[in-house]
Design a binder for this molecule. Structure first.
Ligand SMILES: NC(=O)c1ccc[n+]([C@@H]2O[C@H](COP(=O)([O-])OP(=O)(O)OC[C@H]3O[C@@H](n4cnc5c(N)ncnc54)[C@H](O)[C@@H]3O)[C@@H](O)[C@H]2O)c1
Length: 458
């Protein structure tokens, strides 16, 4: 088949896989190839058991795979034939040297740039899909355009705003798609080629065009603003617990103000995921490197509050269970950083479980999708943590239940049956304010939620 254009995506992760599957579905006239250096991941994308749990993704992949969507480990061949290359490799927080703990680790990114140059026989459009520090495109351009082959590359920024758990809906009908480029004739031409891809299904008014630096920075700022709302309401949850105000009522009362809005105002044990913390710390580092200390401190406090909220959750467990959890069985319901994903990166459950184990609790973890990742995350703890598929078995003999992911199915559990199988007094710590607390209290549980007065029988 003759394709209009050949698109390559480097990086077949949570972003590369779903975004390219959607582009392939919507643009049957384009050939879309997704490559990765991880052969197991590529094998999984080519199998019936794709490597990411994401509602609706299976169907999209099945529809396009083999038609105009291909997964491969041959990065070099993919680069050679591509007209447009999206780069969706991971950009984790640096763990060493200058900027360790804050700056983005761009080693995968830079390797990709050099590999693109080494394998290109014609100029190409390179699209940053990964989240990157503002002005990364400049470095990319320098690497690519300092070549003795006479080739010219245009580097664009098209950050991804999908949220895990709702990725397919987000990709199908995005609030907006953002495409930034240089404002030169070549840059604008490249921009229009990327706009053309999305215009297959996204209304033109939802495609925002900007300069490349605004596009890069907007992604970091979007995540910082979202996380800041969570930390803001979480800070108020602590005050609610001291004053008999109810954080759910406060969130509703303020969220109905159209200037504030209702979303991202749910108090919880804290935000997780691979992006929020990493991207804010990256923003903090950039501000520090420009000497903007007040701005850096402001945004860093969002992350600090999130850490504090997780510690506070463990302290609540400890203090309400008579200041000791040593030897007590605590069933952790949910390990994914949010519902409808198996992803556990930066999940609050990781720090909560580690702190409980530090207090010598006998922790048992259950999750409908994330147990394999949970086992990997807690591998160093050996046998001290138990993993259990069956949520009822996990709760058997437990002194306490901690809800750490808002899986819908936990709402419908038979809590009367669970209570009978638990030690007495039985505790529930609802880190997601998911359950019907009054009903559980009436049943006999002692219930501790976020930002609400405790409901206890003693
Ligand atoms: N996960 C999200 O919800 C989300 C949302 C928006 C943006 N982002 C951003 O997108 C980027 C990717 O995130 P992700 O969650 O998909 O990461 P991921 O770790 O799931 O996937 C990245 C993939 O890139 C591959 N890779 C690394 N170097 C490579 C190379 N040189 N050649 C080929 N493949 C290579 C890795 O093997 C991995 O499979 C990050 O910058 C992230 O901040 C993530």
């Amino acid at each position: 088949m003759n394709f209009k254009k050949k698109i390559l995506c480097i990086g077949a992760g949570y972003v590369g896989g779903p975004t390219m599957a959607m582009i392939a579905r919507k643009c049957p006239d384009y050939k879309v190839t997704v490559v990765d250096i991880n052969p197991a991941r590529i094998a999984a994308w080519n199998s019936a058991d794709i490597p990411i749990y994401e509602p609706g993704l299976d169907e999209v992949v099945q529809e396009a795979r083999g038609r105009n969507l291909f997964f491969s480990t041959d990065v070099d061949a993919g680069i050679r034939e591509a007209d447009i290359i999206f780069v969706a490799v991971n950009t984790p927080t640096k763990t060493f040297g200058e900027g360790a703990g804050k700056a983005a680790d761009l080693q995968y990114w830079e390797k990709t740039a050099r590999q693109i140059l080494a394998n290109s026989e014609k100029g190409k459009i390179i699209v940053e899909k990964s989240t990157l520090p503002v002005r990364t495109a400049e470095a990319m351009e320098r690497i690519l355009n300092t070549n003795d082959k006479g080739l010219h590359f245009e580097v664009l920024s098209n950050p991804e705003f999908l949220a895990e758990g709702t990725a397919i809906a987000d990709l199908e009908a995005p609030d907006r798609v953002l495409i930034g480029s240089r404002e030169t004739p070549e840059g604008l031409q490249a921009r229009s080629e990327v706009v053309d891809i999305y215009a297959h299904w996204v209304p033109k008014k939802s495609i925002i065009e900007s300069n490349v630096w605004s596009a890069e920075l907007s992604k970091l700022v979007a995540n910082a603003f979202l996380a800041q709302r969570v930390s803001s309401i979480n800070s108020i949850s602590a005050l609610c617990e001291k004053t008999e105000a109810d954080v759910g009522e406060v969130a509703y009362a303020i969220g109905t103000d159209s200037r504030i809005g209702t979303k991202f105002l749910k108090a919880s044990v804290g935000f997780g995921g691979s992006c929020f913390q990493k991207d804010i710390l990256n923003l903090v580092y950039i501000c520090q490197s420009y000497g903007l200390t007040a701005v850096a401190d402001y945004w860093e406090s969002v992350v600090k509050l999130n850490d504090w909220q997780q510690q506070r959750f463990v302290q609540t467990i400890l203090s309400s269970m008579f200041n000791t959890v040593a030897g007590k069985r605590i069933a952790v319901l949910g390990f994914a950083f949010k519902a409808d994903t198996g992803d556990t990166r930066e999940s609050p459950a990781i720090s909560v479980v580690r702190n409980l184990v530090g207090e010598r609790a006998a922790v048992v973890v259950t999750d409908p999708k994330a147990l394999p990742h949970a086992k990997a995350d807690l591998k160093d703890l050996g046998d001290t943590v138990e993993f259990e598929d069956d949520v009822y078995k996990a709760c058997e003999g437990a002194h306490a239940i901690a809800i750490l992911t808002e899986w819908k199915q936990y709402k419908d559990l038979d809590f009367a049956r669970i209570l009978k199988s638990m030690q007495s007094p039985a505790f529930i710590f609802d880190g997601r304010n998911l359950l019907d607390h009054q009903a559980l209290y009436k049943m006999g549980f002692n219930v501790f939620a976020i930002g609400k007065s405790p409901l206890r029988h003693f």
